[in-house]
Design a protein around this ligand. Structure first.
Ligand code: GLY
Length: 357
């Protein structure tokens, strides 16, 4: 069983990656837990709910349904869920179990982080994107009108149960969107993973079980390693934001309606690759290689009607913008990164415009 540990100053927990990992839920619930609250969406519940319900048989638990959608990943949704928990009798011994994609794991984690100033959460990610990124590492939060994940908290889970079997019902588009976060892991930290995504694209796209399990396990391993080294993003963890600075601008500019998060990250990685080339931080060959691998996992939604100037304005509101200076994670090679600030806006404009190609 591949299990990777996240070790922070306050806590140590495992991200378990294995077929059937969901079946481990009962053994992961602390013995003295009170009411359990499963945060999920109706769609996911219709597909996989009976299995989870069977695992909770004989325990006191409730389902809290989140309507889904990036536009509803808002503080108001967290408040509504907290009110519902209270009505149902939640107290400080309650445990949240998230069961869904990245929006559910982020929002459910945030709910757990602030309900009665913090109760435990078990993360069960059911999309590729949530499995390889969102559910591991304790970042939780919600969106503001002005930008993505601009409110939130670090709240590490008790355990992350990553079950590749649930991906069988994932749509082709959602699956591809998750693959871009895997590519990101390769670019920032593992040339071997990047090569796998390049050379084995047909196996990956066909969801060949061996390839899928391997890429998930590698991505989770990398994420656990990075978070353990830098839980609060004081340094190394910034590399996980590769492609996200420009990506978040695409998402916010289109009001979270046009792109799945992973698709926006793909655009952001293309922009970051061009920016690294233009800033002299990587060779044209490295830039081309990144663009080539990202393009293998397209198509991406059309970019019509998105003014580059609006995207530039959005960058100023990103969390990585400090005192007006946008911080970009750039790949200097495959598996190597540098955080760069103070780049001329003309260069950034040219990089984003090139990513439209
Ligand atoms: N998704 C980026 C991070 O967890 O730091």
């Amino acid at each position: 069983m591949p299990a990777y540990a996240v070790t922070t100053t306050a806590q140590r927990y495992e991200a378990i990656v294995e077929r059937g990992a969901i079946g481990r839920l009962p053994e992961c619930i602390p013995p003295k837990s009170g009411l359990l609250f499963v945060v999920t969406t109706d769609d996911l519940w219709a597909l996989h709910g009976p299995r989870l319900a069977a695992l909770l048989d004989g325990r006191a638990w409730h389902r809290i349904t989140f309507p889904g959608g990036e536009e509803r990943k808002r503080l108001a949704s967290v408040e509504a869920m907290a009110d519902r928990m209270l009505e149902l009798g939640a107290d400080r011994t309650s445990v949240v179990i998230t069961f869904g994609g990245g929006i559910v794991t982020d929002l459910g984690g945030f709910l757990a982080a602030i309900f009665m100033r913090g109760i435990p959460v078990i993360q069960i990610p059911t999309t590729l994107l949530a499995q390889v990124d969102a559910a591991v590492g304790g970042k939780t939060g919600a969106n503001l009108v002005g930008g993505k994940n601009l409110i939130g908290a670090f709240h590490q889970p008790l355990v992350v149960l990553t079950d590749p079997d649930v991906l069988g019902t994932l749509s082709e588009r959602e699956y591809r969107a998750g693959l871009f976060e895997v590519i990101k892991c390769g670019i920032i930290r593992s040339e071997a993973l990047f090569r796998l995504m390049k050379d084995e694209a047909p196996r990956v796209l066909a969801r060949e079980p061996g390839a899928v399990e391997h890429m998930i396990a590698e991505s989770v391993r990398i994420k656990c390693e990075v978070v353990s080294a830098d839980e609060r993003e004081g340094g190394l963890r910034k590399i996980l934001n590769y492609g996200h600075t420009i990506g978040h601008a695409f998402e916010a500019e289109t009001k979270y309606q046009r792109f799945l998060h992973g698709e926006a990250v793909a655009l952001g990685m293309k922009g970051a690759a061009h920016l690294a080339r233009l800033a002299g931080k990587c060779t044209p060959a490295v830039c081309e290689e990144i663009l080539d691998v990202v393009n293998r996992y397209g198509p991406l939604p059309a970019l019509n009607g998105i003014p580059v100037d609006n995207l530039l304005a959005r960058l100023a509101k990103d969390k990585k913008t400090i005192q007006g200076s946008v911080h970009f994670v750039l790949a200097t090679g495959i598996g190597a990164t540098e955080v760069v600030a103070g780049l001329p806006s003309e260069l950034v404009r040219e990089a984003i415009a090139s990513s439209f190609a």
